[in-house]
Write a protein that binds this ligand. Structure first.
Ligand code: T46
Length: 141
C-alpha cells in the first residue's frame, strides 16, 4: 500500500481488463492480485445519476480503489495537492486505480451511467478527508 501523504496523480494508473468476446457478447473478469492490484473488501456502484451531478469531492487516507464506467461515461478528475488530471472513462473493460491520498471529483455523467468501484477496505467514514483544508494539511504532513 502507498503512503497517502506522498502519493501523486502519476501513481494512479489506467488498467485495461481482458475481454472474452463471443457472438453473444463480451465478458471481463476482475480477480484480486490478478487484474486488480489489491484484495477486494467492498464493491459499490453509483447509478440513477441526475444530469449535471458531481460525486466525490474528497480523498481517502488509506483506501485503494479501482473505478470503472461499467455503463455510459463520466469524467474522473484527480488532484494530489499540486497537480490535476482528468480522465474520461467510457469503456466497461477499463478502470482507474486510485491510490490513497488522491482527491477526486466525478462529473459529466452520461445518461444511464453506472460507476462501479472495487475497494480495498470496508466502509469507514474516518478514512475520508472531506475538507480541502484538511487535505492540504494531510499532504504536507
Ligand atoms: C469515490 C466515488 C466513486 C456507505 O454507507 N457505504 C459505502 O461504502 C459508501 C461508498 C458510501 N456510503 C454512504 C456514505 C454517505 O452517506 O453513502 C453516502 C455517499 O457516500 P460518498 O460520499 O462516499 O459518495 P460519493 O459517490 O461521493 O463517493 C464514493 C466514494 O466514497 C469515493 O471514494 O471515489 O464514490
Amino acid at each position: 500500500m502507498m503512503n497517502g501523504p506522498t502519493t501523486s496523480v502519476d501513481d494512479c494508473s489506467l488498467i485495461t481488463f481482458d475481454k472474452i468476446e463471443s457472438n453473444s457478447g463480451s465478458l471481463s473478469v476482475l480477480e484480486p492480485f490478478q487484474q486488480l492490484p489489491f484484495d477486494i473488501k467492498r464493491v459499490y456502484y453509483i447509478y440513477d445519476i441526475p444530469s449535471g451531478s458531481e460525486r466525490g469531492g474528497h480523498a481517502h487516507k488509506t483506501l485503494d480503489q479501482v473505478i470503472i464506467a461499467i455503463s455510459g461515461s463520466f469524467d474522473l478528475t484527480i488532484f494530489d495537492g499540486v497537480r490535476t488530471k482528468t480522465i474520461q472513462l467510457n469503456r466497461p473493460n477499463v478502470g482507474v486505480h486510485l491510490v490513497p491520498g488522491i482527491w477526486r471529483i466525478l462529473s459529466n455523467f452520461s445518461s444511464s451511467a453506472v460507476c462501479l468501484t472495487l475497494a480495498s477496505q470496508v466502509y469507514n467514514e474516518s478514512d475520508y478527508i472531506r475538507e480541502s483544508d484538511h487535505y492540504r494539511l494531510f499532504k504536507t504532513s
